[in-house]
Each structure stands twice: as C-alpha cells, then as structure tokens.
Design a protein around this ligand. Sequence first.
Ligand code: CMP
Length: 137
Amino acid sequence: PIEETLVIVKPDGVARNLTGEILRRIEAKGYSLVDIRLVQADREILAKHYAEHEGKPFYEPLVEFMQSGPVVAMRVAGNRVIEGIRSLSGATDPTTAAPGTIRGDFGRDWGLRVQQNLIHGSDSPESAERELDLWFT
Ligand code: CMP
C-alpha cells in the first residue's frame, strides 16, 4: 500500500552536512518527497514526539540532543515506505548497523548516553500518522 512516513534528519546529520546524502538515498530508492522543513525543535514538540520513551535512561539526553541544532523534517511517500525507511536507516546502534545503511555507513558511536544516529523514521502506520500531524500541522 502507498503510505506516508515522517523522516527526521537529526541535528548530527544536519551539522555534518548529510541532509542531501540522506535525501539522495531516499529518492534513489524510489520514494517521493512530499514536504520538507528545517525546524529548530523545542521541548514541547519533542516531549510529544518521544512520549513512548519517557522515563527511559536515554530520554533526557535524547530530548536535549534533538534541540542542539536544527533538524530537517520530511514527509515521504511510497509503497511500504515506513518499513523501507527503517531498512535504509539500519539498526539504532551505529556500530552494529549494517554497512550499506545510512547509520552503518555514516553513524558514529560517540560514547554518549544517547545514540546520535542521524535519522529518525516512524515505526508503524499509527506512529507515522501521529508524528506527521505533529511536525506538519
Ligand atoms: P530513534 O529510534 O529515532 O528514536 C529513539 C532514539 O533514542 C533512537 O533513535 C536513538 O537516538 C535513541 N536511543 C534508542 N535506544 C537507545 C539506547 N539504548 N541507548 C541510547 N540511545 C538510544
């Protein structure tokens, strides 16, 4: 089925000038860019975005990290795009993410309490709808 998902290039990806490379891979795979914005996220939007992680040990560092610079939010469409973006992204941990994936090729483990892993992609149709409503009102 044709789906839409939310992709976020995290502050580390924007700061390292990887936005174009990440979008290039998404487009090369055949997905379509529907909307895009550069955003300085605040605590309010991040608290909603990461509500399911509240209370976990990486929650506070994650919310701080996501405010450390601008992010690029994208609405991306395609057949099975939710699954596809997660496949292009690779595993959460950049050290074990497979080579050929965005995190596997570019992600670095900085030894911090939060994984600065370049990209976010919605994990289910329900998350995608909720997150797209949040970032693209
Ligand atoms: P993402 O899956 O986009 O959303 C949750 C984020 O929290 C995840 O990316 C990582 O940036 C971070 N994260 C998830 N699990 C861990 C973990 N075990 N240790 C550190 N950071 C994590």
